[in-house]
Design a protein around this ligand. Structure first.
Ligand code: N01
Length: 541
């Protein structure tokens, strides 16, 4: 039951045990666990329903790049058995339907206030409570505040001169109109060729009269090879789900991988080519990145795979200049490897133009289009597929004030940090699910969400049992954890990519490699050890 009240009611803000911000997969499961502990919970969600990023991202072609049988909760055996995924990669409407089903099945909606955005959260030291202010003048207090705000939920549109004067439609993939968009007969431009742009471009090309793709940095795209899920495969998984999930937890990404047995250097040229060809045929980013057992750690091995993909691009895209522009210079996987369906083929359509912004820089928008180089491209619609302020954007949008009046913005001035990727030091009883310093975006995020939610819930149960009220991450512990995260990151090839993993897509954002790259098994073991040894690195009162 929603409890938050407006101070105008003339009554003190109500107090619950815990506030949960966000009704995506993290928020839903967190509320479920807290209710299981008998705690009172108030959830807040900016959207009108559950689903988080899958509620807002409705652009054409939007689907997950983790296979649907794995992109699902594992916490309830009946849920696992009753839900039917229909495709290898679930489309957004199906993932949203799954989130809604979970909300109904576990009766979670009644704990949330929808259409309500949290603006600030302030720690009140004397009372040992968090006070949250939300849109509509709502105020709520709680002992614990759990941020389930998502890693890829705060979309960003770069600033361009004249965009406010553009008379056509301006769209962003991460907040797509619910009623859909009819591009029939229209001149459209798409900026951005990350996962979102790669999925949207072929479909927009099918409907628009003319599509201009505004390219700055190309990414590698491997075929998704999406298809309906064969009933025998679904049956097999459902029969063996616990065992399959257990095996998946042994892999760095928390995903089942068929890792090639050899390093590229152990194979002759013909065998290497055959191995890469086979992975290209199978499709999927994680399969391709596992072609060789050292593809993600050995530069030479990676270079072979990168060259293979560049040759594929050159073989598909008929315009030789465009084929050249679309071939990335970075190593494959140092930026997120995209999966696509007919992506490169879309550039062979008569109604598609590839505009290389490095040769024809974008000068400004006009009321009727966009000026690139010394020409104007007339447009009816401009689609930004320009990504997210990843891992920190949604949380940073809330003014969070911790102990001694120190804000999270101050704490993160030189880069986001959180002890174990779970709790920023100096912010008592405040947790961040899949926060900076945890595997999050480098893993099957549902696996990481479940692990964080379970860790937090178990921790709160432990405090309850011991009659304790407060837990705070210690500065030293946080510092040494983030140093460990940084060292691990520097030892990978990720550190070379100019990517959102490093925050380099957001002007002014400190360049810190935010996710923990040591892998899901090592991370889980570490967190479990901390809990089992009485939470060293945390001050408990
Ligand atoms: O965003 P991105 P995304 N001028 O940041 C370009 C997840 N996701 O929404 O590289 C010109 O990857 C930018 O160019 P550059 C997934 O984890 C998953 O596509 O900065 N271009 C880049 O091409 C994914 O990795 C799924 O030069 C500008 C693009 O915009 C993450 O979300 C689906 C520009 C942004 O790419 C983010 O993906 C969708 C400028 N000023 C998303 N500014 C699946 O599961 C930015 N760009 C499949």
């Amino acid at each position: 039951m929603s409890q938050a009240r407006s101070p105008a009611d003339g009554v003190a803000a109500p107090v619950v045990d815990a506030i949960v911000v966000g009704a995506g997969f993290a928020g839903l499961y967190m509320v479920n666990r807290l209710c299981g502990l008998g705690m009172s919970v108030q959830g807040f969600e900016g959207g009108s329903d559950v689903g988080g990023t899958w509620y807002w991202n409705r652009y054409p072609g939007c689907r997950c790049d983790v296979e649907s049988l794995e992109y699902s909760y594992s916490f309830d055996r009946d849920l696992e058995q009753e839900w039917e995924w229909t495709e290898r990669y679930a489309p957004q409407p199906e993932i949203l339907a799954y989130a809604r089903h979970v909300a109904d099945r576990f009766d979670l909606r009644r704990h949330f206030r929808f259409d309500t955005r949290v603006k600030s959260a302030r720690w009140i030291e004397d009372e040992g409570l968090w006070e949250v202010q939300a849109s509509g003048g709502l105020v709520q207090r709680a002992r614990f505040c759990i941020m389930a705000t998502g890693c890829l939920s705060a979309g960003r549109t770069p600033h361009f001169e004249g965009l406010d004067l553009f008379r056509g439609r301006v769209l962003h993939t991460s907040t797509w109109p619910f009623e859909g968009v009819d591009f029939g007969g229209q001149r459209v431009a798409v900026m951005g060729v990350g996962s979102s742009g790669v999925q949207a471009i072929p479909l927009i090309a099918q409907h628009a009269a003319q599509l201009h793709v505004l390219l700055r940095t190309p990414n590698y795209v491997v075929p998704a090879r999406n298809s309906p899920l064969p009933p025998e495969q679904v049956q097999d998984w459902k029969a063996r789900y616990p065992e399959i999930r257990r095996r998946a937890l042994g892999f760095k990404g928390g995903l089942l991988l068929d890792v090639g047995p050899s390093s590229a250097s152990e194979l002759d040229a013909q065998a290497r080519e055959a191995a890469l060809e086979e992975r290209w045929r199978i499709g999927g980013a994680f399969s391709f990145q596992s072609t060789f057992n050292d593809l993600q750690t050995n530069v030479e091995s990676n270079r072979l795979a990168s060259d293979f993909l560049r040759a594929k691009i050159a073989g598909i895209v008929r315009n030789p200049a465009w084929a050249q522009w679309l071939q990335p210079e970075h190593l494959v996987g140092t930026r997120r490897l995209c999966v696509g369906t007919d992506y490169y083929e879309a550039y062979n359509r008569d109604n598609v133009e590839l505009v290389n912004l490095r040769q024809e820089p974008l000068a400004r928008f006009t009321p009727t289009g966009v000026i690139v180089g010394d020409r104007e491209i007339g447009l009816d619609a401009m689609v930004f597929a320009t990504g997210f302020d990843a891992m920190t954007g949604a949380l940073s949008a809330i003014e969070v004030t911790g102990r001694g009046g120190r804000t999270l913005a101050q704490h993160w001035h030189e880069g986001a940090r959180a002890h174990l990727g779970l709790m920023p030091a100096g912010f008592p009883n405040l947790f961040a699910i899949t926060g900076p310093g945890s595997p999050s975006v480098l893993s099957n995020v549902l696996v990481s969400i479940e692990q964080h939610v379970n860790w937090i819930a178990d921790c709160l149960a432990c405090l309850q049992a011991a009659g304790k009220q407060q837990i705070t991450a210690e500065d030293d512990a946080e510092q040494s954890w983030m140093a460990h995260v940084r060292d691990l990151g520097q030892a990978t090839l990720f550190a070379d990519g100019n990517s959102w993993y490093l925050g380099s897509n957001v002007p002014g954002k400190p360049r810190v490699f935010l996710p923990y790259s040591g892998g899901v098994p090592a991370y889980r073991e570490h967190c479990a050890r901390v809990a089992a040894s009485g939470y060293p690195g945390f001050d408990i009162r």
